[in-house]
Design a protein around this ligand. Structure first.
Ligand code: SPQ
Length: 440
């Protein structure tokens, strides 16, 4: 979208049904963003297959085009990036509009802190409320000149021409975006940049940098790189997104008579919390045909219906499943007993406050869901039909769509346009698998 304006797209999902067959969900969003960023500043031509043609990743792509990078595609998931090298980006003619995408804005903050030119970054209504101090503060410690609004939100204004210095930063929260932002700034820094994380977060940036021939060292929870090297263009095969697969893992688990295979899913150990948590709840998920594709582990996931039970979600799984809690809350609503989530305050600063958005919708569907400061307590019960609002959050919309598989009446979900930020084709694909979903 060229502006933050979205038309209201409504989903209507009839109750019941099951999910069956084989499906391949679109490419991984985190890896797709990074393929454009690293491809753009590499030397040579990077070829990407399986790229996620969704609004968030297209924002990243347009940002680099605006900085003089020639990019072909996406055509059937294929993208060709003519890298300009670490110092070849050109000043954009106008502010970079990054839509709904926190990943674009936070990672670009780091990457652009070391450029010779000034740049401004803006976003839609949701992104304009998200916290940016978490990247701005440590980037300033590295010597960047970066301004936010008084409340620490976008727009961000970076004044170029600063010498970035390496540093060792201990992150106060588990965030792959903060870690990646600092590592990308570190490429331009004098000396060594190290980031220590309080818990493991997705490591796609580190893996991909190595794929581009850039040396990254990991020692326990600390990851380091030296500035001043060069990236060599490479080929990238983007696996299907485990975060998009999560809706189907939950849907097939809660819907009787389901037996579904999700093909070619990225199962990076820093992303598989949803599988671990569903299994702990009694979920029946089998990992088949494990292989490594372009430095990332990939597999087919077979999921069958199961009687789920409520659990206390282990806190070490929280960062590994951070984007999957909206759908896991639906699993908890269908489980026998109580599910308790703690240590997930980060959910409150996503595309929406995902604790509140999900609690509001679950209550409307007859589920006893009590939000807490850092999580939720959900007593499993019977989902009724009803009308809920996704508040413009893609993952809330898709999670409530799956809830209909176990609801006693139809579920109507308003404000679903942003599903296109991460999962274009969701309605068709889920309908093909057996969800009784329509969207005018
Ligand atoms: O890009 P955005 O909007 O931040 O997307 C989300 C999502 O649900 O799609 C978060 F709302 O995913 C983030 C994720 O939560 C993507 C991401 C990444 O690619 O590095 C890391 C996570 O964010 P964080 O804040 O934990 O670093």
């Amino acid at each position: 979208m060229a502006s933050g304006e979205q038309e209201d797209i409504t989903y209507t999902v009839q109750p019941g049904g099951s999910l069956n067959g084989r499906v391949r969900v679109p490419g991984d969003k985190s890896i797709s963003h990074r393929s454009i960023m690293l491809g753009a500043i590499a030397d040579g031509v990077t070829e990407v297959d399986g790229f996620l043609t969704a609004e968030d990743c297209l924002c990243t792509m347009e940002a680099f085009r605006a900085m003089g990078v020639s990019i072909d595609g996406p055509t059937n998931g294929r993208v060709v990036i003519r890298g300009v090298g670490l110092h070849g980006l050109k000043p954009p003619q106008k502010p970079l509009y990054l839509g709904n995408s926190g990943t674009s804005m936070r990672l670009l903050s780091g990457l652009l802190s070391g450029q010779a030119f000034n740049v401004e970054m803006t976003g839609d209504a949701s992104l304009s409320k998200r916290p940016m101090k978490r990247v701005a503060q440590p980037l300033r410690l590295m010597g960047a000149d970066i301004a936010t609004t008084e409340t620490g939100t976008p727009p961000l204004r970076i004044t170029g021409g600063r010498q970035i210095r390496g540093m060792h930063y201990k992150m106060p929260m588990a965030s792959a975006q903060v870690k990646s932002s600092l590592l990308l700034a570190g490429l331009y820094a004098k000396g060594k940049t190290c980031v220590t994380e309080p818990a493991p977060t997705r490591d796609h940036t580190e893996r991909m940098l190595q794929g581009f021939g850039y040396s990254v060292e990991r020692d326990g929870s600390t990851v380091c790189l030296n500035g001043g090297g060069a990236l060599r263009a490479t080929k990238i095969d983007v696996p299907a997104d485990i975060s998009s697969s999560a809706f189907f893992l939950v849907g097939a688990s809660i819907a009787p008579n389901s037996d579904l295979v999700l093909e070619h899913v990225g199962i990076n150990p820093t992303r598989i919390g949803v599988i671990n948590i569903l299994r702990a709840m009694g979920g029946d998920i089998t990992i088949q045909n494990e292989r490594t594709v372009g430095g990332e582990p990939v597999a087919d996931l077979r999921v069958r219906s199961a009687e789920l039970r409520g659990i206390d979600i282990p806190t070490d799984q929280v960062p590994l499943a951070i984007d999957e809690f909206p759908s896991l809350f639906i699993a908890a609503a269908c489980a026998k007993g109580t599910t308790v989530l703690t240590g997930a305050e980060e959910l409150r600063v996503k595309e929406s406050d995902r604790i509140q958005s999900m609690a509001d919708g679950l209550l409307k569907l007859g589920i006893d869901a009590r939000p807490t400061a850092d999580g939720m307590v959900i007593n499993g019960g019977t989902l009724t039909g009803g009308v809920v609002n996704s508040v413009g959050d893609h993952r809330i919309a898709m999670s409530f769509a799956m809830a209909a598989l176990r609801a006693s009446g139809p579920i109507t979900i308003h404000d679903c346009a942003n599903v296109n930020t991460s999962f274009p084709g969701f309605v068709d694909l889920s309908h093909r698998a057996g969800l009784r979903i329509t969207s005018p």
